[in-house]
Ligand binder design. Structure first.
Ligand code: GCO
Ligand code: MN
Ligand code: MN
Length: 397
């Protein structure tokens, strides 16, 4: 990948730096290409080796589920040794652990869900497992704890009333918030929505569902969201819009970046590889508002790749983000684009100012005569604005 001089003489070599806060889940690089129809195509990639590779390619952080690192049936002694060695590997590679999470989906015991399962014993086990995963994350320095309810759903609604699932989920998250306080972990929980896969339907299908759920918790300030590009795209939604709403509500605690073609199975493609224009609007949004949390890639390499290809995949995620970030800067500096933006929201003279309600203001608004024909004459050159964007993205501007 050659170095190029960007506009304004800026060096644009797209090399990731720690301040970019790029992170990868252990499970992403460790993905062996297994799918419902075929077995693994790549060898096991041990956690400590992954951390070394992440350091080598310039990533800042590594995230993990409890069982990405510690096997589910490990003894306390085995666990401590694994954690000690992993910490040493992280320190050696200069890679931090910003986020931890828990697998409540892989073990068959979670076949009916975890926090929402009908069996109270499964619900209790899910809580215990999550508390232990919180202990593990805290030991590694994580301050964000992601909760993804992959199995919290149904194939048939005969199994429970859907509002009962919401109540059970609330009870569990409240419990975990209390544990967070009692242990003084200082975690912020980030709830990750997904519409389906692995369940036929998953409760809390979108980021918006979670934004409605969070204010009903005992400690809403401790809980935010972890929106994922692929998940909202699977639901046919505009990902950036969901991210923007979370941001505006002060709830964007984490983000999962990848890509996805709508109407397909859960693809977890390299960031920006399927919908580069949507990825551009997203990166522009995150950079414009100054989001300073982790930029986490929750994706994996094509099943056709070998171990070298996994590195190409990981480098590609970061490179595309940085290219789009540079494009966003150019977009913001582009005079023609900026002039159009100014023009489209300029007010004609004598427009009544509304803003906050007052009786006087309402009276004058009610009395105002609007010239709809004049309003319609104002041009809204969005075709031109979009084409300028396309020119910029395709590299001819
Ligand atoms: C998926 C999810 C997961 C979660 C992860 C963190 O579609 O499988 O995106 O990768 O992000 O389990 O909790
Ligand atoms: Mn996903
Ligand atoms: Mn995810």
């Amino acid at each position: 990948m050659s170095k190029k001089n960007g506009k304004n003489g800026k060096q644009a070599n797209y090399e990731p730096k720690p301040e970019d806060k790029f992170s990868f889940g252990l499970w992403t690089l460790a993905n062996r290409g297994r799918d419902p129809f075929g077995d693994a195509v790549r060898p096991t990639f041990p956690p400590n080796d992954i951390v070394q590779v992440l350091g080598e390619i310039g990533a800042w952080g590594v995230n993990l589920h409890d069982n990405d690192l510690v096997p589910i049936d490990a003894t306390p002694k085995e666990r401590d040794k694994i954690v000690r060695e992993f910490r040493a590997a992280c320190n050696e590679s200069g890679v931090v652990v910003p986020m931890a999470t828990v697998s409540l989906f892989f073990h068959p015991v979670f076949r009916d869900g975890a926090f929402t399962a009908n069996d109270p014993e499964v619900r209790a086990y899910a809580l215990q497992k999550t508390m232990r995963a919180m202990d593990l994350g805290a030991e590694l320095g994580a301050k964000i704890f992601v909760l993804w309810g992959g199995r919290e759903g149904v194939e048939t609604d005969a199994c429970r009333r859907a509002d009962e699932a919401v109540k059970r989920l609330r009870e569990a998250v409240n419990y975990l918030c209390e544990y967070n306080i009692a242990q003084k972990y200082g975690y912020r929980f980030a709830m990750e929505a997904k519409p389906n896969e692995p369940r036929g339907d998953i409760y809390m299908a979108t980021t918006g569902h979670y934004l409605g759920f969070i204010p009903t918790l005992d400690h809403p300030e401790m809980v935010g969201v972890n929106p994922e590009f692929a998940h909202e795209t699977m639901a046919g939604l505009n990902f950036m819009h969901g991210v923007a709403q979370a941001w505006e509500a002060g709830k964007l605690f984490h983000i999962d970046l990848n890509d996805q073609y709508p109407g397909r199975y859960d693809q977890d493609l390299r960031f920006g590889s399927a919908n580069p224009k949507s990825a551009f609007w997203l990166v522009k949004f995150l950079e414009d508002v100054g989001y300073d949390g982790p930029r986490h890639f929750d994706a994996h390499a094509y099943r056709t790749e070998n171990c070298e290809g996994v590195k190409d995949f990981a480098r590609g995620c970061m490179r595309t983000y940085l290219i789009l970030k540079e494009k966003a800067e150019r977009w913001n500096e582009d005079r023609e684009i900026q002039a159009i933006l100014k023009e489209i929201s300029a007010a004609a003279p004598n427009v009544p100012k509304n803003g906050r309600y007052s009786e006087k203001g309402a009276q004058s608004l009610l009395a105002h005569g609007f010239d709809k024909d004049a309003m319609l004459r104002k041009r809204l050159p969005y075709e031109l604005l979009d084409q300028l964007t396309v020119d910029l993205l395709l590299g001819v501007r």
